[in-house]
Design a protein around this ligand. Structure first.
Ligand code: HEM
Length: 417
């Protein structure tokens, strides 16, 4: 953000409006700093009949709220779009919007189906595919990274986990893109809702098929699972497949695109990584902190509670902004600096507490393999055109990323050996 970009007045920003994040005419970093320093519990007022909501911007407050599933609930939605509508139709059935005993039991099932044993094979596939695609792109010299690589890695990963046939993956990808991120102004709320319904219907058909002839995939494992002796219903299975595909595709894709974008403009950090001065795992965490692809999650107040001297009433919406918590100078030294060697790195890209991301291991594998393949096959890369930003109040990032690679002949040769 340039020094001349205006820092808006704290009450002049509407965090519910996707346009706030799309046009980048405002210094949002300065805005978040202002909130953290002067209004750590801020009220985003109602706009045009849309409800108002509380905004938490400090790392410490966000973590405390994530951890507290007594005073706060996810069962009336966990992102603004559903919270503002007054609820999520999948509450009590889809992991992310279920609390209490059922959440605990459902989470155990999903953790089991995402166990290292199952993921080991998937991680190998991620590695092979990522190396193949990056190598092809480096040898070709240029590529549309968002389209040709970042879109393929997570979708292929989740699809092989769920046993989605290869020929259906492009179709599903187009639906997941429309379902959440609204890439342009031409994708409206109705298109998004239709895309979400189509994903559900698609999985309904697959569940029927797998009931007839089960396989080794996650869908078949979910069909065979029970909670308190009661098998999961078709709807339970479908909603949780939906959650895996939505949760696992967009976020990882946007993080990988941001990773390329950020490294292309920070040659010193790229060189540190290329020359082995920072460990891959440490770099992955900084890539996640920096990208913070999910700008917020949210909760509803379940029981009256107090924060910063204010009574929060049951039913009120509280939003937790990673976009700010991951830049909180109370926790991060030089938070505005992208430092691949940052340690410790208490980022909250995967949330915290009982709903901490169940796909975090998989996401880290994908980002690590991307970084490994870049390190091995290229000496550097540059962005060749301006990238297009997605338009959302939930996700942040780019939908395009044209890049030019400089090949690393010795790395490419070593891979042939
Ligand atoms: C939950 C972020 C990748 C599936 C979450 C939450 C966050 C998050 C912040 C907490 C939501 C809340 O507390 O309300 C991310 C990011 C990712 C990523 C930044 C990639 C960079 C994945 C992947 C999968 C996945 C690869 C699937 C394999 C889920 C599910 C939940 C979840 C099912 C709900 C967990 C629960 O409620 O217990 N994710 N995620 N995510 N994520 Fe991820």
């Amino acid at each position: 953000m340039s020094a001349s970009t205006p820092v808006p007045a704290l009450d002049a920003v509407d965090l519910g409006d996707p346009a706030t994040f799309a046009d980048h005419a405002l210094d949002l970093d300065g805005y978040w700093r202002g909130l953290r320093d002067h209004a750590p519990l801020h009220w985003n007022p109602p706009v045009d009949g849309r409800r108002g909501f509380w905004v938490l911007s400090r790392h410490e407050d966000i973590i405390a709220t994530y951890r507290d599933n007594v005073n706060f609930t996810s069962e009336r939605g966990n992102v603004l779009v559903t919270l503002l509508e007054g609820g999520d139709a999948a509450a009590g059935r889809m992991l992310a919007v279920t609390d209490g005993h059922r959440h605990h039991e459902l989470r155990k099932i999903l953790q089991r189906v995402l166990s290292p044993r199952v993921l080991d094979e998937v991680a190998r596939t991620v590695r092979v595919n990522t190396r193949l695609w990056i190598r092809e792109a480096v040898e070709a010299g240029t590529c549309e990274f968002a389209e040709e690589i970042a879109s393929r890695i997570p979708m292929t990963t989740i699809s092989s986990l769920l046993g989605v046939p290869e020929e259906d993956r492009d179709y599903l990808l187009s639906l997941t893109k429309a379902a959440l991120s609204a890439e342009g102004e031409d994708v409206d709320a109705v298109d998004s809702e239709m895309a979400r319904n189509e994903i559900l219907m698609y999985f309904m058909d697959i569940v029927e098929e797998r009931r007839e002839s089960p396989g080794e995939d996650v869908i078949s494992m979910l069909i065979a699972s029970s909670i308190d002796g009661v098998p999961l219903s078709d709807e339970d299975v479908v909603l949780n497949c939906y959650s895996l595909i939505i949760g696992g595709d967009e976020t990882s894709r946007l993080t990988m695109i941001d990773c390329l974008h950020t490294l292309a403009t920070r040659p010193d950090e790229w060189r540190r990584f290329k020359h082995g001065e920072v460990a891959v795992g440490t770099a992955v965490d900084e890539v996640l902190r920096w990208a913070s692809p999910t700008m917020h999650f949210g909760r509803s107040v379940e029981r009256e509670t107090e924060l910063h001297g204010v009574r929060l009433r049951p039913g009120e919406i509280v939003t937790l902004w990673h976009a700010s918590g991951n830049r909180d100078e109370r926790v991060f030294d030089r938070p505005g600096v992208f430092d691949l060697g940052r340690a410790p790195n208490r980022h909250m890209a995967f949330g915290y507490g009982p709903h901490f991301c169940v796909g975090s291991y998989l996401a880290k594998v994908e980002i690590a393999e991307l970084l490994n393949a870049l390190r091995d096959f290229t000496t550097g890369f540059e962005q060749t055109e301006e990238a297009r930003r997605i338009r959302s109040n939930f996700l942040t990032g780019f939908s395009t990323m044209p890049v030019r690679f400089t090949p690393d002949p010795s790395g490419l040769k070593a891979a042939d050996a």
